[in-house]
Write a new protein. Structure first.
Length: 141
């Protein structure tokens, strides 16, 4: 009989946004570079997140598989609830979704109450990402 595999609740979330047609490799590279800049690497306790139904979600799913991270797709209302905590302002995101930053609000919403952004969003040619973490108080309760 095999021992049960422990489930690790995410404490770090990487919010992802991209243009339609963005290659998964560009997303994965941006995630790796952004995490490295924060002295992190993809691993247990981490999740990728984005808006459910987002154009480019096939590439986001492929990038998640490449990075070996679970993908959490969230409702627009969940992201909108995190709008006040966004550090960046994206004209495109405001125009298309009414969000200050899709990537930042996706990272925050994936973790919920107690999450905070580690830095403003990072950008590549066709993608963006932001990293959020649960605060120490939230992870110890």
């Amino acid at each position: 009989m095999t021992a049960p595999v422990p489930v690790i609740a995410p404490v770090i979330a990487v919010g992802i946004g991209c243009r339609a047609g963005c290659p998964a490799a560009e997303i994965a590279t941006l995630v790796r570079q952004t995490l490295a800049g924060l002295h992190l690497a993809p691993g247990p306790g981490m999740v990728l997140s984005s808006l459910d139904g987002k154009a480019g979600s096939a590439a986001i799913a492929e990038a998640a598989a490449t990075l070996k991270l679970p993908l959490r797709l969230l409702a627009l209302a969940d992201l909108q609830a995190m709008n006040p905590q966004a550090l960046s302002r994206s004209a495109a995101s405001l125009r298309s979704h009414g969000l200050a930053s899709l990537t930042e609000t996706a990272a925050l919403a994936a973790l919920g109450h107690g999450a905070r952004l580690l830095a403003p969003r990072a950008l590549s040619q066709q993608a963006s990402c932001a990293v959020a973490r649960l605060t120490q108080d939230e992870t110890s309760s």
